[in-house]
Design a protein around this ligand. Structure first.
Ligand SMILES: *Cc1c(COP(=O)(O)O)cnc(C)c1O
Length: 407
């Protein structure tokens, strides 16, 4: 049973609701019109009944909305619903996933401190940690986080944060969140998990001991490729710091985007279940294709961390990658023969997407570094959507070189 976070804004009722109920009900507060669906409050500021109330709101003596860079009711509802799903005490929404990561670091760290980050993290996060934060005196060590000793050994007295993503992109490497959280706890260091690929529908890092969960709501939370958004979830002491940073600096979530994401959350669990069920079938089918050398998918028994993935996640997720025999030429042939699948680096959409990481998302990494990380020229990544599986297979079959009529 998930608990509903207590909040002055919330009218979430029972704290014994299951996740399905929380997904469609948590955080809703009706206006004087008693609307059934959540209202969207497109307003940048709020009016007060009197000078005394204005003063009380500004001083914080009275709770309530003042200005939308601080709070907005639609954003608050979305935050409460996501907090309920992650089983987090607090949740703060941001303008994008990157804004969430930046806000977390800026709110909780200072110059002279150190981050330990998994080597396999989102490209922009690598850039932020590796190229931007050093200018502000924050250094990052990138480690092979499947190796727990490497994580432990990279800790310094100044380390404040361990940052990981699981499963990784594009090779779907699974990290042991509970084990890494034990290392963080023993060292008095915070653990943040970017839960973008699994979402709370499949994995709840806070229950495994993480202190913070990061989201790019742009991906599965919206789930339909419409808006950018992000969030930081965790205990209130931490998210309050993030809130203070955001309300001063401004990369907050717009009420329109919050409303779209709120509606996305209502179908999140159904989408994740359907998309990961299709991903498993597709992974099994790809494994049987003669033109395919290898399939990376945590739900397959052949995956090196299959047992861990099945312990930690509800399913293998909706993202898989596979190596086509014949290097770049053969991989590009598969992409170029797609008529249904979208050729785009984005993921987390109801529309299936396909990308060739070595020439796109991971194209700026040196060939040696790419080879060392296992992202070779034959690798393709698919984020499985909600189309009919047979149609997805037929689209891939064309480029893989067998007659699609034969299956
Ligand atoms: C997309 C993504 C981000 C960044 O999110 P934006 O909303 O694009 O800023 C962070 N982490 C992961 C794993 C992502 O896929």
């Amino acid at each position: 049973m998930a608990s509903v976070p207590k909040s002055d804004h919330a009218d979430t009722g029972a704290d014994h609701w299951g996740p399905e109920t929380l997904a469609v009900r948590a955080g809703q507060e009706r206006s004087q019109f008693n609307e059934h669906s959540e209202a969207m409050y497109l307003t940048s500021s709020f009016v007060f009944d009197s000078a005394a109330q204005a003063a009380a709101r500004f001083s914080g003596a009275e709770e309530g909305n003042v200005y939308a860079r601080f709070t907005n009711p639609t954003v608050t509802t979305m935050q409460q619903r996501l907090a309920a799903l992650e089983e987090a005490e607090g949740c703060i929404a941001t303008a994008s996933g990157m804004a969430a990561i930046l806000a977390m670091v800026m709110a909780l760290m200072k110059s002279g401190e150190h981050i330990v980050a998994s080597r396999s993290i989102f490209g922009a996060t690598q850039q932020l940690f590796g190229a931007i934060l050093p200018r502000f005196g924050i250094e990052t060590s990138f480690v092979e986080a499947t190796n727990l000793d490497a994580v432990r050994e990279s800790l310094r007295p100044t380390t404040r944060l361990i940052f990981i993503e699981s499963p990784s992109n594009p090779l779907t490497e699974v990290l042991d969140i509970a084990a890494i959280s034990a290392i963080a706890r023993a060292a008095g260091v915070l653990l943040a998990v970017d839960n973008c690929f699994c979402t709370p529908a499949l994995q709840k890092p806070l229950l495994l001991g993480a202190d913070l969960v990061i989201h790019s709501a742009t991906k599965y939370l919206d789930g339909q490729g419409r808006v950018l958004g992000g969030a930081v979830c965790g205990n209130k002491t931490l998210t309050d710091e993030v809130f203070k940073f955001l309300r001063t600096t401004g990369p907050t979530l717009s009420p329109f985007n919050a409303w779209v994401i709120l509606k996305g959350l209502e179908t999140l669990s159904l989408r994740m279940q359907a998309q990961s069920a299709a991903a498993l079938l597709l992974a099994q089918w790809l494994e049987a294709q003669p033109a395919v050398a290898r399939v990376h998918y945590p739900g397959l028994a052949s995956h090196p961390q299959h047992a861990l993935a099945m312990r930690q996640q509800r399913t293998g997720g909706a993202i898989l990658s596979f190596e086509v025999k014949g290097e770049r030429e053969a991989a590009w042939r598969v992409v170029d023969n797609c008529r249904l699948l979208s050729i785009t680096a984005n993921l987390g959409d109801t529309k299936t997407t396909i990308t060739h990481p070595a020439s796109t998302t991971h194209g700026r990494i040196s060939a040696e570094a790419r080879a060392a990380s296992g992202i070779n020229e034959g690798l393709l990544r698919i984020a499985v959507g909600l189309e009919n599986l047979v149609d997805i297979q037929a689209d891939l079959q064309r480029g893989l070189g067998r007659d699609p009529a034969n299956f």
